[in-house]
Design a protein around this ligand. Structure first.
Ligand code: PEP
Ligand code: MG
Length: 575
């Protein structure tokens, strides 16, 4: 969901219910970022003779912004996510297609450059927002943010300085632009209370990474708080308390102290294996979407990468830089992760695009599908566009020489898809042989079991692949027939539905019988109750977002295998 619905339910005078974006509890004096005063963009006609000077001002403004961003990147060597945001901004500012579009409109319409830029940026951002793709829609904010900086330069308009936020503050704002979110790493921010923001937005990701409690969808929060007011942000319940009484402050401080102690205790698990109290060892892997996240995975004590969602490499701004998808660019990304993980297992999934993860690349014509989740996505898309698939497989096999790679095929529903992929792999291998390029010939090739079709014929599929990974997000969605993104049917989305559990059990049995490994990389791999059930059913490899690794290790350490089996039995017989 891009923008959570505005949930301005006031529970009592001081408690406002929003949507939790980053868990934990924080208390501090509120710092209100005023809703941006609307920039006034004048509209003026200009003479042809003025075109050059206006364009020069535009180029200078772009240069100033580039310089400022470059300086920020320099200060952010250790802050990967923020650095990526700024590097993307540099790419956006350099985007020749968009800059040409602005120039063409400017020369054709003969209106001042500020007006033209503002209009073109809005048009571009609107197209991204209505693309039907959450990731692209969120990039609209980036476009507005970075070119908004250019507009500020052109208009000599310098409104609010984020640097004024003091340590320990709770920030109340309409939204925090991706470039302003640098403040989250620079200051000790106690909490975020925002009117807008998607739960998978940059701000939410950064807040999670820095452990800052955050609640979004708080209608009117900037008006409800007063300067100097104490505010509690509970990112776990999604509640924000304004001007709490002494007892509430005391309770909150106790909860914070307990949370700090808990997090501190969890740190010891980073360097430990995941082991039950009776000595059964589990492997805990990380799910990543970019090579940079592999560094976080290592820091958090991951045993490897259980799922690299490569579609995120393909999902950056549409026409900005198609070269990032070249065989060489992909090879570099995969190699980087393999080298970083230094011999630890790295499972890279081939493109899982389509459905809710639309990509806009030259190789794939735009398709209008009535029911995209059931449509041309994942392995279906790769097999339909063999050139795209082959490029990715070549990059993967070339990278295989640099570490411990496993290749995973998404959304398999039929044996023929595995066979078609294997035939393409044979082709790729013989090409690499002819070219004398090194690769690991025995790189395991496995599949995501994330459809009921795959889980039901798991015994047949197990004979044709080297491993299974259970994608419980899609498995739940397709088995129950409930859209995992649709809030109207959230109550029906039940990973513990007996049908889902039976399909998981069937897949585990098939994998065991065939002697191949099976892991779980859907969200069930990290939710406390499902971790226990999965472990009790026989799963020994779990893959999750890096920040959840320590708590899952800690959770498993409290149980014996017998206890876990009893929990699983209960789940399987709860009907
Ligand atoms: C899944 O479906 O469980 C999964 C891990 O894949 P994704 O969430 O990328 O669809
Ligand atoms: Mg999936």
């Amino acid at each position: 969901m891009l923008f959570a619905p505005l949930a301005d339910i006031v529970i009592d005078m001081n408690i406002i219910q929003g949507v939790s974006a980053s868990s934990g509890i924080g208390i501090g004096t509120v710092f209100i970022i005023p809703d941006t005063v609307k920039r006034v963009i004048p509209q003026q006609t200009i003479e042809k003779s003025e075109l050059d000077s206006g364009w020069k001002r535009f180029c200078n403004a772009v240069k100033t912004v580039q310089l400022n961003i470059a300086m920020s990147i320099g200060e952010l060597l250790k802050d990967d996510l923020q650095r990526i945001i700024f590097e993307t901004y540099q790419l956006m500012l350099d985007d020749p297609v968009f800059v040409q579009q602005v120039r063409t409109a400017y020369e054709k319409d003969l209106l001042n450059i500020e007006y033209i830029l503002d209009r073109e940026v809005k048009g571009y951002a609107d197209r991204l927002r209505t693309s039907g793709n959450e990731y692209l829609a969120e990039r609209a904010t980036d476009i507005e943010d970075v070119f908004g900086r250019v507009l500020n330069e052109l208009l000599d308009y310098h409104p609010f300085n984020i640097e004024q936020v003091p340590d320990g503050a709770v920030i109340a704002a309409r939204a925090i632009s991706p470039s302003d979110s640098v403040i989250l790493s620079k200051r000790k921010i106690a909490g975020l209370a925002l009117i807008e923001g998607g739960v998978s937005s940059h701000v939410a990701i950064l807040a999670k990474n820095y452990g800052i409690p955050a609640v979004f969808a708080l209608n009117n929060i900037t008006q409800l708080v007063k300067p100097g007011m104490t505010v509690i942000v509970d990112g776990t319940t999604g509640e924000v308390t304004l001007d709490p009484d002494e007892q509430t402050i005391k309770n909150c401080k106790e909860a914070i102290a307990a949370e700090i102690a808990h997090q501190k205790a969890l740190k010891v698990f980073r360097n430990r294996s995941a082991v039950t109290k009776d000595g059964t060892v589990f492997k805990i892997y990380a799910n990543i979407g970019t090579p940079e996240e592999a560094e976080i995975a290592l820091k958090e004590g991951a045993d490897g990468i259980g799922l690299f969602r490569t579609e995120f490499l393909f999902m950056s701004e549409s026409h900005l830089d198609q070269s990032r998808l070249s065989e060489d660019a992909q090879f570099e990304s995969y190699k980087r992760v393999l080298e970083l993980m230094n011999g630890k297992s790295v499972t890279i999934r081939t493109l899982d695009a389509g459905g809710d993860k639309l990509i806009d690349i030259d190789e794939i014509p735009k398709i209008d599908e009535k029911n995209p989740i059931m449509g041309l996505r994942a392995i279906r898309l790769s097999l339909k566009y063999p050139h795209l698939f082959k490029t990715q497989l070549r990059a993967l096999f070339r990278a295989s020489a640099y570490g411990n790679l496993r290749i995973m095929l998404p959304l398999i529903t039929d044996v023929s898809q595995v066979e078609a992929a294997k035939s393409m792999i044979r082709k790729v291998k013989s090409e690499l042989d002819e070219e004398g390029l090194p690769y690991k010939a025995d790189t395991p090739v496995g599949i995501m079991v994330e459809t009921a079709a795959a889980a039901v014929i798991a015994d047949v599929l197990a004979k044709r692949c080297d491993f299974f990974s259970l994608g419980t997000n899609d498995l739940t969605q397709y088995t129950i027939g409930v859209d995992r993104e649709n809030q109207q049917v959230t109550a029906l989305y039940n990973e513990f539905h007996l049908s889902v559990l039976r399909l998981i059990k069937n897949s585990i049995s098939a994998a065991e019988k065939a002697g191949i490994g099976i892991s779980v990389c859907g969200e069930m791999a990290a939710r406390p109750n499902s971790v226990l059930t999965l472990a009790g059913m026989g799963i020994r490899r779990l893959s999750m977002s890096a920040k959840q690794i320590s708590s899952v290790k800690e959770l498993l350490s409290r149980f014996s295998i017998n206890e876990l089996q009893a929990i699983a039995e209960k789940s399987l017989h709860s009907y």
